[in-house]
Design a protein around this ligand. Structure first.
Ligand SMILES: [Zn+2]
Length: 184
């Protein structure tokens, strides 16, 4: 398990007071909340490519940087960042070559069954109104998906005046960012 390696590293990190390099408070220095994909290629690249230092921004992630419902946990986190943590700009960043583009739902269901989930469980969920097709549906193009998410934030009934909402797409190889839409 990688966990043990991580814990051993952490012990040394704290003992050597390496945390001192990262001291900051909880309010984002750049007054910004970023919502992006959980993509592992972006763990460090996104910060380096956009010059984000520790303490600069609030970061929210999920699979695909997807918001589809106005009251999901992502949207709630964005609202908390705005109301409680002084964020004034919201930036949604999708990326090229994302695992959530064109998700094969049938293959995913098969994989679940292969890993021991009874097919009856899938049927019961379907009966309860939890449609895996909807839940796991990703997107066809990343630009379209970013726009959709941006739209949900911009039109949110609880979004206060003056918050700028932008949509970007980043290349996970080069870090190059393209603007899909910018808030005014
Ligand atoms: Zn992704």
């Amino acid at each position: 398990m990688y966990l043990d390696e991580m814990l051993a590293f952490n012990k040394r990190f704290v003992e050597n007071k390496e945390y001192e390099l990262y001291k900051t408070d909880t309010y984002p220095n750049k007054r910004m909340v970023i919502f992006t994909c959980m993509e592992s290629r972006l763990v460090e690249l996104l910060h380096r490519a956009l010059n984000i230092q520790n303490g600069d921004v609030k970061i929210i992630k999920n699979a695909g940087a997807i918001i589809r419902k106005p009251f999901d946990t992502v949207m709630k986190s964005i609202l908390v960042a705005i109301y409680k943590l002084k964020a004034e700009e919201v930036v949604i960043i999708g990326h090229h070559d994302c695992g959530m583009s064109n998700v094969d739902i049938e293959a995913l269901k098969k994989e679940m069954v292969n890993r021991g989930i009874p097919e009856s469980t899938l049927d019961i969920l379907e009966h309860c109104g939890i449609h895996l097709d909807e839940e796991f549906h990703g997107f066809n193009t990343v630009e379209e998906s970013v726009l959709k998410s941006v739209q949900i934030v911009r039109e949110h009934p609880l979004l206060p005046e003056g918050i700028k909402v932008h949509g970007l797409v980043i290349d996970p190889e080069t870090g190059k960012v393209d603007v899909v839409t910018r808030g005014d």
